[in-house]
Design a protein around this ligand. Structure first.
Ligand SMILES: [Cu+2]
Length: 412
């Protein structure tokens, strides 16, 4: 799907599955009732028609199911797609933007087969969840793409449920990083590897020479911490992801702009409140997700800073619905370049802290909460998730209470 900033969108979703599910708009700023989280379940055979106005910068967003306790299984079976946003500014920049030609969606999921059937079993001794032994891109195994332009933009999405990738090109050539989860970076940056945990996106641009081939790969990496996590959580595994095959003659691409514009995420200087989130597989701040409990009450229209600490050695990440944030610090230090753009999901390695700044905008809805959670979906399903609700005025009250509604508002 594709929309421009300022457009009103309406999506009609019909659930043709034999069980209930949801469709969540990951990275989208929108009213809580349209978010597609666990409070907007769609019954088998039923339809759900969310509508909202797109009001955020150009970005590579995506959608996937979010049924409480069943997200891993539903995402694994393939329901994951991109929702691309563009705006006046991105339309003016000289970036590759011909969809399917020099601007390619790259939805990466790891899979495993038992004969001709999917095998969704968890590895023994792994507490990270399902890990496949092959990768699939946009539903294709062993994919390649013939390209006819000198510059090719890859919109990378880690749509795997647990696997952390360290992407690069097989010949170690540099690529340009131009965007992260919530949109374009302030400036184009060259690098040769980018690490991505589940749910994260990165827009990279690869320069091709006529007639050559290169392969996007995931390299072995140390994202998993200690030896045991590494050995059993797949940190050692290399994968070929997508082969790029350049035609003998390539169209000339304009040079990438060095400056891409200002970020719209706050720098934390106007923060009115800090919060702390301690991550363990057993829960966030010692609590497992409960549909009927609002964990944090936010005053709409304010900026906050959240410190998220992984309190043990198991890898986690952290996703916040409705907002994009800026990573201010990783263990008290300035974050690496790939974490300096707008983000909605951030990797939090074992025993590491990240400090984030975000602005909560838009209409408050005291009746429907948004989620924050670990996006390693097995962990999310185990209850590593909490809820925040909006308060309309400036009063800081007690923690909100909320009566669970297992069926969301059905707009038809
Ligand atoms: Cu986790």
């Amino acid at each position: 799907m594709r929309a421009k900033r300022g457009e009103k969108v309406q999506v009609k979703i019909k659930n043709a599955l034999g069980e209930e599910s949801t469709v969540h708009w990951h990275g989208m700023h929108l009213p809580a009732k349209m978010d597609g989280g666990p409070h907007q379940m769609i019954d088998p055979g039923a339809a759900w028609t969310p509508r909202w106005t797109v009001d955020q910068p150009a970005a590579t967003l995506w959608y996937h199911p979010h049924p409480h306790g069943g997200t891993e299984k539903h995402v694994q079976r393939g329901l994951a797609g991109m929702f691309l946003l563009h705006d006046e500014k991105s339309d003016r920049l000289a970036l590759p933007e011909k969809y399917g030609v020099d601007d390619l969606p790259v939805i990466v999921q790891d899979v495993k087969f038992d004969g001709a059937k999917f095998d969704h079993g968890h590895k023994m001794l792994s507490d990270t969840g399902f890990l496949g032994n092959r990768t699939m891109v946009n539903g294709t195994l062993g994919p390649y793409k013939e390209v006819g332009d000198e510059l090719v933009r890859l919109r990378l999405l880690n749509a795997s449920t647990a696997r952390i990738y360290d992407f690069g090109l097989s010949d170690d050539r540099e690529f340009a990083l131009i965007g992260t989860d919530g949109g374009l970076l302030e400036r184009t940056t060259r690098m040769d590897r980018i690490r991505m945990s589940p749910g994260e996106r990165a827009e990279i641009v690869v320069r091709m020479k006529p007639g050559e081939r290169t392969t996007l790969r995931s390299f072995p990496n140390d994202s998993y911490g200690d030896f045991w996590s590494k050995r059993f959580a797949g940190g050692d595994d290399p994968f070929d992801v997508l082969e790029l095959r350049a035609r003998k003659k390539l169209r000339t691409s304009p040079e990438l702009p060095a400056e891409l514009g200002e970020l719209e995420v706050p720098d934390g200087s106007e923060s009115v409140r800090g919060r702390f989130f301690g991550l363990r597989t057993s829960g966030i701040n010692g609590k497992k997700m409960q549909m009927s409990r609002i964990d944090e009450t936010i005053t709409r229209g304010t900026v906050e800073t959240w410190t998220v600490r992984n309190e043990h050695s198991t890898p986690h990440n952290f996703h916040i619905h409705d907002v994009q944030f800026r990573v201010l610090e990783v263990d008290g230090r300035v974050p690496p370049v790939e974490l300096r753009g707008a983000k909605d999901t951030v990797f939090v390695p074992g025993n590491t802290s990240v400090k984030l700044a975000m602005r909560f905008d838009g209409p408050a809805d005291p009746d429907t909460p948004y989620m924050y959670h670990c996006h390693l979906l097995y962990h999310e399903d185990l209850g590593m998730m909490g809820q925040f609700g909006g308060r309309r005025d400036g009063r800081e009250g007690e923690q909100g209470s909320y009566t669970a509604r297992t069926r969301g508002p059905l707009v038809t």
